[in-house]
Each structure stands twice: as structure tokens, then as C-alpha cells.
Design a protein around this ligand. Structure first.
Ligand SMILES: *Cc1c(COP(=O)(O)O)cnc(C)c1O
Length: 293
């Protein structure tokens, strides 16, 4: 089933006068090129969850997300491509016409249900309600983040180590739930420092990621941190400055970014390079986690 997906995803070196002047080496792991609909980290997190779903002999996946969720989109696409049923529990009220994410999900065969924000927040209650309502479905938390997401994301890290002729000093990626970062940390086991750039307000990541690693029985190498300086006001918030950065980046490197995750990541990384935070000669890998469509 995996032969329609592009593995290993390409690792490309970025070059520009700016990077040359700052004397840092920068590579980008193009997880956005894995598949047009199963792009990036969402496929990595799904892969071993699909195995778990089959092992439990469930007929499909029931999962949760906001109306613009990349995870909802990717799960619907995976259901269609690999032939299993999908149910998406969407936070908030139904709005018609459906936005492009939900229109795609429905067209891919996902059954959509809506849930008020208060109940949505109570994760334990959610599990109880939906497990008894849909006993044939494998429940996957929001963002696809759980212990089975880790081995897939760890593959990204292993591929980087295989593809790069030297060991990276830093690996940088955007963080929503932090599930992808947990997998990267697990896959590297201490060879590089991992920098997560939070796209949300708040500082729950440290705790959530530690808890996830513990639940997955993975030793925490503790060489990772979360930068909370580049969320631009919170999840899915954007500013003209961020939009301009994304447009300029496309012109200079011919690589598309979006404003929810990878735009904020690259803005942050370039700002830290500009400020001289990475020592001269540093080998830095950024992960393009996808989200382009
Ligand atoms: C979901 C998503 C993330 C965040 O991944 P987490 O594992 O939740 O931290 C980052 N980038 C893109 C493009 C995403 O869609």
C-alpha cells in the first residue's frame, strides 16, 4: 500500500546569499512531497495507527479535529486510498457551504459529525461517548497524536540521518500537539538537538511531550526544547509580515509554505539565523511537515 507514497521524502539543501553570509548549512526535509493528499507528518502519524486498527479488526477510524484540520483531511484521504471507513468529529457548529477541508473530507467518503466546544474539550468523556456509539471504529485522538504516532515520525528522523552525509547539529520543526516532535526525538535518540517551534499560544508542550514519551516507554534524551516566540498571536493567526515572508521565501527558494505551521517555523528559524543564535558552520535541518494543498 505504501508504493503510491514517495519514500524517502527528499532532503534538499537550501542556498542563498543570506545563508552563505551567515555561514550556516540548511537542509529541508520535504515531507510535503510524500503525497499530494497525505502530505507530511500526518501520514507518518497515521501509518502505525492503521496497523493497530487492522490488528484490532476495526472497520475504520473515528477521529477528531477543527474545521480546518490537516489531520481530518489526511485521514479522509487515507480512508479513500486504502479502503477503510472514516468518521470525523468536528469541533463546533456545522457551517454551510462546507469549507475546502471538510468538502474534501466528505467527498473522500468521511462521515462528518459536529460537536459543541465544551464537550469537545473533555477528552475522557469524548472517548467514552464515541467508543460506545461506534464500537467498530478505532478511535484516534485529535491531530493523530498518540503512542502509535511515534514510530512513523521516528522514520522521518531515521531518513534524515541516512540521507545527510554528516550528523545534523539541529533539527527544527513546527509543533501543534507535539506528537511529531516526540517521534523525531525518539528516532534520533540524542544525535541532534531538536528545536520545536510552537504555532499556538501557551506552554503545555513540554509536559504533553514528556507524558507521550513516558507512555510510549521511550527514554527522553532531553536534548529538545520548544520555542514559543513565533506563534504570531496564536493558532492560525497571521500578520502581513508573515505573509510577506512566505511570499519572499517562495521567490527565493521556490518552496511553498503556509501560514499555520511551516511559515511560522521558517520565519522563526531565519530570525534565529539572522540573530546569530546558531554558531557559524552549524548544520541545520528543517522539516517541511506539509499542509500545502
Ligand atoms: C499537524 C501539523 C503539524 C503539527 O504536528 P504535531 O505532531 O501536532 O505537532 C505541523 N505541520 C503541519 C503542516 C501540520 O499539518
Amino acid at each position: 500500500m505504501k508504493n503510491i507514497l514517495n519514500f524517502p521524502s527528499p532532503l534538499v539543501k537550501l542556498s542563498s546569499d543570506f545563508l552563505f553570509e551567515k555561514a550556516v548549512n540548511l537542509w529541508m526535509k520535504r515531507e510535503d512531497l510524500i503525497h499530494p493528499q497525505l502530505s507530511g507528518n500526518k501520514w507518518r502519524k497515521l501509518e502505525f495507527n492503521l496497523e493497530e486498527m487492522r490488528r484490532q479488526r476495526k472497520k475504520g477510524i473515528l477521529t477528531f479535529g477543527g474545521a480546518y484540520s490537516n489531520h481530518i483531511y489526511a485521514t479522509a484521504a487515507a480512508g479513500q486510498l486504502f479502503d477503510f471507513s472514516t468518521i470525523g468529529i468536528i469541533r463546533g457548529e456545522e457551517t454551510l457551504p462546507l469549507n475546502p477541508t471538510l468538502a474534501f473530507a466528505r467527498q473522500a467518503g468521511m462521515q462528518l459529525e459536529y460537536l459543541n466546544r465544551t464537550t469537545y474539550r473533555d477528552k475522557e468523556k469524548l472517548t467514552k461517548i464515541y467508543q460506545s456509539r461506534y464500537p467498530d471504529y478505532y478511535l484516534l485522538p485529535e491531530g493523530g497524536t498518540n503512542i502509535h504516532a511515534i514510530p512513523g515520525s521516528a522514520r522521518t528522523a531515521a531518513e534524515i540521518v541516512e540521507q545527510l552525509p554528516l550528523l545534523p547539529d539541529y533539527i527544527c520543526l513546527a509543533c501543534g500537539t507535539g506528537g511529531t516532535l516526540a517521534g523525531i526525538v525518539a528516532g534520533l535518540d540524542g544525535v541532534s538537538e531538536v528545536l520545536g517551534f510552537s504555532v499556538l499560544k501557551g506552554d503545555f508542550h513540554q509536559r504533553d511531550i514528556r507524558e507521550l514519551l513516558t507512555n510510549a516507554n521511550i527514554r527522553d534524551p532531553e536534548n529538545w526544547s520548544i520555542n514559543t516566540e513565533y506563534h504570531f498571536g496564536g493558532y492560525a493567526r497571521r500578520t502581513p509580515e508573515l505573509d510577506k515572508f512566505i511570499a519572499d521565501f517562495k521567490k527565493e527558494y521556490d518552496i511553498p509554505l503556509e501560514w499555520i505551521y511551516t511559515g511560522k517555523l521558517m520565519y522563526g528559524v531565519f530570525d534565529l539565523i539572522e540573530k546569530g543564535v546558531f554558531p557559524k558552520g552549524s548544520n541545520i535541518v528543517v522539516i517541511h511537515t506539509g499542509g500545502i494543498r
